[in-house]
Design a protein around this ligand. Structure first.
Ligand SMILES: [Zn+2]
Length: 334
């Protein structure tokens, strides 16, 4: 069973998950159902936007490993950057365990791949925190949180894309530790008393207002992003991960393996470059996605919404105060 399908069935069977954004308002009794704050939120479909509506805003795509954002959120990152965001890529590990060659070679090769991913997605600045791969459950989380808070304040990050800190059945400690530290850094960066030395150095408190969280396991999904116009950018980003992961040059390798057996797959085209791109698009992101990435096909995610290619997230956005509106409507002269 597809994991997101499993979630839909569980939620449909009456299991109640606490809603994210707006979750702590005054509970209101709903006829025939749980109070508003305890209801499963509606799924919002985020469509392509015209022009540069996000101009002036800053995005941080945060990933433990060079292939995480390409696999799960590259379409959305490309969309947001294309719609005006200034993008930064923050990688939290050194990727030393993922790929062939010696440990030193693996670190260097993944560093190069990660830089290429950033370039493919229109991101110019990359920060690598270089925690040891697979070892992040042993780090000092407070230290990492301060580093992220520093970056949030320095870069004035408005929006993050990262693993879901509440994603369940996640086996990789780099994934869940990164997600949990990011979540705490996002709100703490806006506090005035945390790390006053930052303020003395000229930085100001700055909270992250929007979060797009992805997961490999069951997740409370409340946002589907239409990435159809950016699917080739997503392929391009995955093409960069030549050292680790299911994408990179695997299409050309499959083409060579089949040729040795006097076979070919027409869907892979007539060159190694075409084979790599078509393999990513049709197998990694679609037909063999559950096996290769551990999530349903991007096509399957979009299908119920009439979208060709889509990515799924738990989105948490800002909660606007209703006080000013209430005052405007109800205040009377003294
Ligand atoms: Zn990873």
């Amino acid at each position: 069973m597809q994991r997101r399908g499993f979630v839909a069935q569980v939620l449909g069977s009456g299991v109640v998950w606490r809603a994210g954004a707006g979750g702590m308002g005054q509970p209101r009794a709903a006829a025939g159902g749980p109070p508003e704050w305890a209801r499963v939120p509606e799924v919002v479909v985020e469509r392509p936007l015209r022009g540069k509506p996000h101009s002036g805003k800053v995005l941080a795509a945060i990933q433990p490993h060079a292939d995480d954002i390409p696999f799960f959120a590259a379409g959305t990152v490309a969309k947001l950057v294309g719609e005006g965001y200034t993008g930064h890529l923050i990688r939290t590990t050194n990727d030393e365990k993922a790929g062939s060659g010696t440990v030193g070679q693996t670190i260097l090769n993944n560093e190069r791949d990660n830089d290429a991913v950033a370039k493919a997605l229109g991101i110019e600045q990359v920060f690598s925190l270089e925690y040891r791969n697979h070892q992040m459950d042993g780090i000092a989380r407070e230290e990492m949180r301060e580093r992220l808070i520093f970056l949030i304040r320095l870069l004035k990050i408005d929006t993050v894309v990262c693993y879901d800190p509440w994603g369940v059945y996640e086996e990789n400690p780099d994934h869940y530790v990164t997600a949990q530290v990011v979540e705490s850094a996002c709100w703490m960066a806006g506090m005035e008393k945390d790390y006053p030395e930052h303020l003395a150095a000229g930085l100001e408190p700055h909270s992250v207002r929007e979060k797009y969280y992805f997961a490999r396991g069951p997740q409370l999904v409340n946002r589907i992003v239409d990435i159809s116009p950016w699917i080739n950018k997503k392929v391009e980003a995955n093409l960069c991960n030549k050292t680790q992961g299911a994408a990179g040059d695997n299409g050309a390798r499959l083409r060579a393996r089949l040729a040795a057996q006097k076979l070919r797959l027409p869907i892979l085209g007539d060159s190694d470059d075409a084979a790599n791109r078509e393999y990513i698009k049709h197998f990694v992101l679609d037909q063999d996605s559950s096996f290769l990435r551990g999530v349903p096909s991007d096509r399957e995610v979009g299908r119920p919404y009439g979208i060709e290619w889509a990515e799924a997230f738990h989105y948490i956005g800002p909660i606007e105060s209703t006080l000013d509106r209430y005052i405007a409507e109800h205040a009377v002269p003294l």
